[in-house]
Design a protein around this ligand. Structure first.
Ligand code: FES
Length: 88
C-alpha cells in the first residue's frame, strides 16, 4: 500500500495505482479527469520519488517542478505528502 498524506487526512491506496480516488477522498477538486483542465493539480511536499514519472499529458501542460496532476499520476509505493494548488 502507498500512503497519501494530506494536510488533515491520510488515505491509503494500492501500489501502482492512480492516486485519483485517494485524492477525491481528501477533497482534492477534479474537473476533466483527462489531464487538460489542471483543476486536480497538486504540489508534492515529500515522497516525489514514490510517484510514477510524468506521463505525456502531464508533460504537455508544462507543470512546474513538484507539481502533478492527480488524475494522471500513479503512486508506486511508500509515503507521499501533497496538497492542492488551491490550498497554498
Ligand atoms: S481533472 Fe482536469 S487535469 Fe486532472
Amino acid at each position: 500500500m502507498a500512503t497519501l498524506q494530506f494536510k488533515d487526512k491520510q488515505v491509503e491506496t494500492p501500489d501502482n495505482e492512480s492516486i485519483q480516488l485517494a485524492c477525491q477522498e481528501a477533497d482534492i477538486p477534479f474537473g476533466c479527469r483527462s489531464g487538460l483542465c489542471r483543476t486536480c493539480e497538486v504540489i508534492i511536499d515529500d515522497g516525489e520519488e514514490n510517484l510514477s514519472k510524468l506521463n505525456k499529458l502531464e508533460e504537455q501542460v508544462d507543470l512546474p517542478p513538484k507539481h502533478r496532476l492527480a488524475c494522471q499520476c500513479v503512486a508506486k509505493k511508500g509515503i507521499i505528502k501533497l496538497h492542492s494548488v488551491f490550498d497554498e
